[in-house]
Design a protein around this ligand. Sequence first.
Ligand code: ADP
Length: 476
Amino acid sequence: MGFRSIGTRLTLWYTAVLTLTFVLLGIATYGLLSYGLSREVDNALDGVAQALASQARDRSTPFLPPDVDAAFRRFFGFSPMDRYFDMRDPRGRPDPQQKPNTSEPLPLSREAAQRAAQGLPTFETFTNTSKDPVRVVTMPVVDSGRVINLVRVGMSLESVVRTKRQFLYSLAAMLPLALILAGGGGMLLARRALRPVDQMATTARRISGEDLSGRLDEPGSGDELDRLAVTLNAMLERLDIAFQQIRQFSAAASHELQTPLTILKGELEVALRAERTPAEYKDVLTSALEEIDRISDLVEGLLLLSRSDAGMFRMAHRRMDLAQVVMEVYERAAILAQKQGVVLDLGRMEACTVEGDPEWLHRLMLNIVDNAIKYTPEHGKVTVSLFQDDTWAVIDILDTGIGLSTEEQERIFNPFYRTGKAAAGKEKGAGLGLSIASSIAQAHGGRIDVDSRPGEGSTFHIRLPLVADPVDPLNG
Ligand code: ADP
């Protein structure tokens, strides 16, 4: 695992957090231990001092070491080696009768003397002795409201210091152990948790643009990595479909371009094989021009679709009354309808304000009305209507033509798709018209749906979002 790997970083973080916790816990425990020990010592010293003070009130003889020992033993359970006992008169001067039972009498601080005069005990720690610090309590002996003596009892804090030091040593010894355990454990955990990621990366490396069929293992555990694998697989599925569509699209596009080019080439070759009359040349050139028109229509359509796929449709955003566009298309299509012997009718017409590009919308509608006329036999009827439905402006184009099966309805918006009947019929077309129409509708925030029955006819519904405040029909 390199330094940049998540596993290493996780381990480092984990170890750092654990070390910090350990140190903080150590500090807190050390603080509690010190406090507890001090309290214990003070309580016991207080007990000893009180006992000796109450004895001092009743006796006239000085205290002997065994007396002091006994008092210590009562409150500590043992008598410390370095214990200290001292008796003073009320003004703090050594009691002439009582010899202090330490070699080194401890000074009486001013504060302790003052507090004793008020009948209050004082606890002090003397650190500037030659040995370990000494804890001393100065306790006034009060008789009938008067301070008659000061009892001073103390002990060396050596054992307390030793206990605390030992605690620190053990803590310091345990720290590296804890670090090793945390680091090792963290590394194992991180490796285990991240192993599926490595496996995923290995599998993902094998999946390429040429072959998108590979999928990542989904352990099915429902955890984050499982969800990641599921999400990535879904993405691969979409990519796979998109790649297939692109491949099909390019194959179909080349095929569609190939046909008119082959015809064109054939016609020109035949024409060149022998001397021709001007009339014959004219025929050949007219036919060649027709093929060139087909090719250029196709290329234009392809360019348009690729632009719309890339979201590069250049469109005006103009507010307009859709009825105007419908009327223009209606008038243009009427000529075609007449040629085909199809009746073109106007149905319901409502004013509908939409925002968009009139030229593109014109093209959209013309594609669909054109189809309706193309795929409706003689004496059939095509009806165009425009109305408002909820938030939509709807253009309905109803025909009594050949109709579409459910399966065909699902596919007619795919580029280059033509139904069997259409392909067999006399009508020319590359199957791009509806894809382009659908792209234009989508670029306007709308959509196209179709209802149809084979042999009975079809209705195409073009839906475009209505704009709240309408344009003035005279100026719009
Ligand atoms: P084209 O008309 O150039 O073939 P389109 O994309 O406009 O391409 O239409 C795709 C196919 O949908 C047509 O080939 C035809 O089979 C079918 N189609 C479109 N409009 C209708 C309609 N009104 N009635 C029946 N079939 C239709």
